[in-house]
Design a protein around this ligand. Structure first.
Ligand code: UGA
Length: 439
């Protein structure tokens, strides 16, 4: 393998994983970020993100001298290698559009200041057409030739390092064959199909993939709601549907819907992009609406069962948008807690990792699950951390106060065991349980 001189701009989730993994493959990597505190933290071996295995790999690659961190305060030119990854944020603007301010600023700056030719690799999620626009606005005028490759990322939080080496595909979009060759060589160690395409198609693949997965989730959630109405069991329905190899078993877990930094943002951006170009993408609109509605299920169910929520003590277990991450962005927990508090309930919430989150006024974060659920009239399980799945629910039932409701927002708990322990178990599409308890 030939060692490449690589720069990764943006030491956030995607940039950091990219930098660490490429350094681990033997390349010479500099990660650059404007956030001096973050760079200092990384230089001293700590990770600003929680990701299993990242601290160890950070230590290994930094010690080998293959990974360095820098801010651009002393100028960009000396920081730029032969391949420059852009992995800066594209947050959601008020309109639903992807905010491209940081992407444009970085591309413009590096194109204007470089003292040598390089290949620019876009890892940030950008709408179809963005690459072409960046090339004509900034790269074509650069004093040195710059090849452009769109290389969307498909990593999952909590499994990012594993996903880097065992992804289903590497997508590379460019009209420059030598730039494509240079970037493909970086993935030599990665066991995946490499798909070469034009820039706009690569950009579209990213949005289409996330929107399809989000659609699969909203679809199974609608089926779960039908199960509740019809008295069917979503667990069996999901298995039966997923056994069709054309459908597949993944992403068929019903619950209170998707969250995180990617699906909500990318699905809304796809809706926005379509509308902007005069196309009304009805399916994607329904996916968003269904997802918003799923988060209202726990509060609706508790209101129907408890009557008035004012004065009720509710424990919320889990604040992150999924287990094995400390990320609370777009987590259903925040909306659920806000609704509970608005209806007069007092809420104690616990999460094993999310210690930094600010909860709506009237809710408090506690340091363990037992403090949250002791004396609680109801528990809402928002995140299926293994700690909650493996909880001693018989002891929990004894510690709770009447009517001891557990709303399992992730269909992760053993319904029979909980009912045997003496709680009123509710979930999403499982055994028509809302129907059974409410009517
Ligand atoms: C997602 C994609 O899975 C990655 O391929 C993509 O690279 C990433 O977004 C991104 O665009 O950066 P991630 O946000 O880490 O990854 O999370 P997922 O594991 O996909 O879960 C997303 C949400 O869907 C979670 O809230 C999860 O609880 C929910 N989900 C997932 C369900 O409700 N049901 C399921 O069956 C699966």
């Amino acid at each position: 393998m030939e060692t490449a001189r690589i720069t990764v701009i943006g030491a956030g989730y995607v940039g950091l994983v990219t930098g660490v993994c490429l350094a681990n493959s033997g390349h010479d990597v500099t990660c650059v970020d404007v956030d001096a505190a973050k760079i200092e933290m990384l230089s001293s071996g700590s990770s600003p993100i929680y990701e299993p295995g990242i601290v160890e790999l950070l230590a290994k690659t930094s010690a080998s001298g293959r990974l360095r961190f820098a801010t651009p305060q002393d100028g960009w030119a000396p920081l730029l290698g032969d391949i420059v990854f852009v992995a800066v944020g594209t947050p959601m603007a008020e309109s639903g559009a992807a905010d491209l301010t940081a992407v444009r600023e970085v591309v413009q700056t590096v194109a204007a200041t470089t003292d040598h030719p390089f290949t620019l690799v876009m890892k940030s999620t950008v709408p179809p057409g963005t690459g072409r626009d960046l090339v004509s606005r900034f790269l074509d005028d650069s004093p040195h030739p710059i090849g452009y490759v769109s290389n969307p990322e498909f990593l999952r939080e909590g499994r990012a390092l594993e996903d880097w080496y065992h992804t289903d595909r590497v997508v590379l979009g460019s009209d420059d064959p030598s730039a494509l060759d240079a970037v493909e060589a970086l993935y030599e160690e990665v066991d995946a199909t490499v798909l070469r395409t034009d820039i706009a198609s690569a950009e579209t693949i990213k949005y289409a993939s996330n929107a399809f997965l989000a659609t699969k989730i909203s679809f199974i959630n609608e089926i779960a709601n039908v199960c509740d109405a019809a008295g069917a069991r979503i667990d069996d329905v999901s298995v039966g549907v997923g056994l069709d190899s054309r459908i597949g078993p993944q992403f068929l877990n019903a619950g209170i819907g998707y969250g995180g930094s990617c699906f909500p943002k990318d699905v809304r951006a796809l809706d926005f992009i379509s509308s902007e170009s005069g196309y009304s993408f009805e399916l994607v609109k329904a996916v968003i609406e269904v997802n918003a509605r799923q988060r209202t299920l726990p509060v609706d169910a508790l209101r129907r069962t408890l009557g008035d929520l004012s004065g009720a003590r509710i424990a919320v277990l889990g604040l992150t948008f999924k287990p094995d991450t400390d990320d609370v962005r777009e987590s259903p927990a925040i909306d659920i807690i806000a609704s509970l508090v608005a209806e007069g309930a007092s809420v104690l919430a616990y999460d094993p990792l999310a210690s930094h989150v600010i909860l709506p006024e009237g809710a408090s974060r506690v340091d363990d699950a037992w403090t949250a659920l002791t004396g609680a009239n109801a528990v809402v399980l928002v995140t299926e951390w293994s700690e909650f799945v493996g909880l001693d629910w018989t002891r929990a039932a004894a510690a709770m106060a009447a009517p001891k409701i557990v709303f399992d927002g992730r269909n992760a708990l053993d319904a029979n065991a909980l009912e045997a322990a003496g709680v009123r178990y509710m979930a999403v599409g499982r055994d028509g349980c809302h129907r059974r308890h409410d009517h």
